[in-house]
Design a protein around this ligand. Structure first.
Ligand code: ADP
Ligand code: ZN
Length: 603
């Protein structure tokens, strides 16, 4: 029997374990149960794949991501791991084949959709085989009310009764203490060892910029920092997804839309193109991304504010799984706050309270003048982190300024308008009044006679929008659900009476770019030596052609990180090539000669 480290080197071709992996693997190999909390991209898969390879029998992986099973199995087969899956997409013959492989002990790993375990025939099949470990992936499904797979996941607690001697490992990237506790009790894992990895993703550069012309800002971000890269752009609505995708295509950028309003075939096609093609962008609603383990997603951009930090962290976590530098970029503005404040007021009391808490945490991240990463990690229970040096606020600390007087101006304008019973007014009217603009609407309502008319002409339109946004974010202003009119809150009075100071953040429209980062660990890796760049491109072309021929995503052949290392080291023999991180035994045998050949070709 190989040790876990030997399997890591031989099969996966990796030099060393990532943080947490070895402990978890040793524990499960020894027969212990485990509950693993690790961020997206942290390396959860190896935590059950290696025990499945080291222990006798077949590792059974429960995963709800049916659409991705084929890719997962293909990726394992490319490594020489004997993997198969059973789900509803297969016909009878395909299922039969996998079942007989399972019974003959010809599989190392078997992926199962959770609903399969509710079928007696599946349980009977499993009972006839030899199982090394049960892995329960995406374990938070058991804790999320209304989750499609929740009923099936609740049944998984039975595995332990049926197979008391087979270790179970449950894994999730959702880290809040409430979810953690619920997974543990629902799956009967109270006695299991709990592994909580660091939630930091140091290679991701976080940046939140003030939104003024979102399309232009997105285009500039893509052109200046992510030319030709794969990435995801998240939007709130289906219609904005369509519009942005079209806008990018019009500007010569390869992009496809993805949202729940598209038919299943189009969705599947766009997802599969994203996984297979180099440099494609998916513009999507949050319907996209669960389980997408494409390692070379170089950026995740948000054009609208996510509803919660959990959502934001999951979504941005899809960038840079390969450990190379990646960006999480968001444009955020006044309308986001207005819209979300209104949405948060919908539903019953308990629901509203939850929404408001989530939104406040999200807004606090957007408006912070300190390190974004510290705030994120703190939210996920990791206290006492140090400033990261790889986020916009660390790199260009925003100035904060005493905004008490402008805040008073805004609040008193809102107060004056609120006295008019007949009509409600939104942000636009408030700002026009402060600026002293005699618009038709101002004149119609006689607002030019208000004492606050024109008191704000020392600042511009954008600044006033920024101030209103921050007052909303700080809860010193609110919006009415019905018309989006601005209204005062309980806390406004203190500001109006001069009993409370208001600290504001000076918006920077052009904050630091990821490339200027100094302490980002991974940053050094991104610049290939000049002579290696064309070699890398050649290798990439070879990989693209090979992937196409075999009908698998390019990263199944080799990751970008591996190709970069090959290009830099320029190995001249198979022995040298085998030293590269990500080149295991099977891939060396399969692609080694072709890689050396590609390297030998004249540039
Ligand atoms: P998760 O499931 O936690 O989101 P994955 O298991 O998909 O993460 O791993 C993320 C990426 O990191 C994968 O591309 C994987 O091949 C790579 N990876 C995992 N462990 C290691 C390691 N020890 N060394 C190098 N790369 C690794
Ligand atoms: Zn930072």
């Amino acid at each position: 029997m190989d040790t876990p480290t030997e399997v890591l080197h031989r099969v996966f071709g990796y030099d060393s374990f990532r943080e947490g992996q070895q402990e978890i693997i040793d524990h499960v190999v020894g027969g212990g149960d485990a509950l693993v909390l690790m961020p997206t991209g942290g390396g959860k898969s190896l935590c059950y794949q290696i025990p499945a390879l080291v222990r006798r029998g077949v590792g059974v992986v429960i995963s709800p991501l049916i659409a991705l099973m084929q890719d997962q199995v293909d990726a394992l087969r490319a490594l020489g791991v004997r993997a198969g899956f059973l789900n509803s997409t297969q016909d009878f013959d395909e299922r039969q084949l996998v079942e007989s492989e399972f019974l003959a002990g010809e599989l190392d790993l078997l992926y199962l959709a959770p609903e399969r375990l509710r079928v007696d025939a599946t349980l009977r099949l499993l009972a006839k085989g030899d199982i090394s470990v049960f892995a329960i992936d995406e374990a938070h499904c058991v804790a999320q009310w209304g989750h499609d797979f929740r009923p099936d996941y609740l049944e998984l607690s039975r595995l332990h009764e049926l197979w008391p001697d087979v270790p179970r490992i449950a894994l999730t990237a959702t880290a809040t203490p409430a979810t953690h506790a619920e997974i543990s009790s629902r799956l009967g894992l109270e006695q299991a060892r709990h592994f909580v990895a660091s939630f930091d993703r140091p290679n991701i550069h976080y940046r939140i910029t003030a939104k003024n012309e979102p399309k232009r800002q997105l285009l500039e971000f893509l052109r200046s920092e992510h030319d030709g890269d794969s990435g995801i752009v998240y939007c709130l609505s289906r219609s904005s997804v369509e519009k942005i995708a079209e806008f990018l295509v019009d500007n010569g950028i390869a992009a496809v839309p993805y949202h729940a309003g598209l038919d299943a075939r189009t969705r599947a096609l766009h997802q599969s193109r994203f996984l297979r093609e180099d440099g494609l962008i998916v513009v999507a609603t949050i319907a996209f991304g669960m389980g997408i383990d494409k390692p070379d997603v170089r950026f995740v951009a948000h054009l609208d504010l996510p509803k919660s930090l959990e959502g934001y962290y999951q979504e941005t976590g899809r960038a840079g799984r390969d450990g190379l530098p990646a960006s999480a970029w968001m444009a955020y503005g006044l309308n986001d706050v207005v819209q979300h404040r209104r949405m948060a007021m919908e539903g019953d009391e308990a629901h509203r309270r939850r929404q408001v808490l989530h939104l406040d945490a999200m807004l606090a991240l957007c408006e912070t003048v300190t390190c974004r990463r510290i705030m994120l990690l703190d939210y996920f229970g990791q206290k006492d982190s140090q400033p990261c040096g790889n986020c916009d606020t660390c790199q260009t600390p925003p100035e904060s300024w005493d905004g008490t007087v402008p805040a008073q101006k805004v609040l008193s304008a809102v107060l004056r308008l609120a006295r008019e019973r007949r009509q409600k007014f939104g942000v636009g009217q408030v700002v026009d009044i402060l600026l002293g603009k005699k618009t038709a609407k101002v004149l119609q309502h006689g607002h030019e006679t208000l004492t606050v008319f024109g008191v704000g002409d020392d600042l511009g339109n954008a600044e006033w929008h920024g101030i209103v946004r921050q007052l909303l974010a700080q809860g010193l202003l609110a919006v009415e659900t019905d018309y989006g009119a601005l209204v005062l809150t309980d806390d406004s009075a203190g500001v109006l009476r001069g009993q409370r100071e208001v600290l504001l953040r000076r918006d920077t429209l052009r904050p630091a770019r990821a490339k200027t980062s100094s302490s980002a660990k991974a940053a050094a890796q991104v610049e290939l030596p000049a002579e290696a760049a064309p070699v890398f491109e050649r290798l990439r072309a070879w990989r693209g052609a090979t992937a196409k021929e075999q009908g698998v995503p390019a990263y199944v052949i080799f990751h970008d990180a591996t190709l970069r290392e090959i290009a830099t080291r320029a190995p001249t023999s198979l022995a040298e090539l085998s030293q590269v991180n990500g080149v295991g035994e099977n891939k060396l045998a399969k692609y080694g000669e072709q890689v050396l050949e590609t390297l030998r070709e004249a540039p």
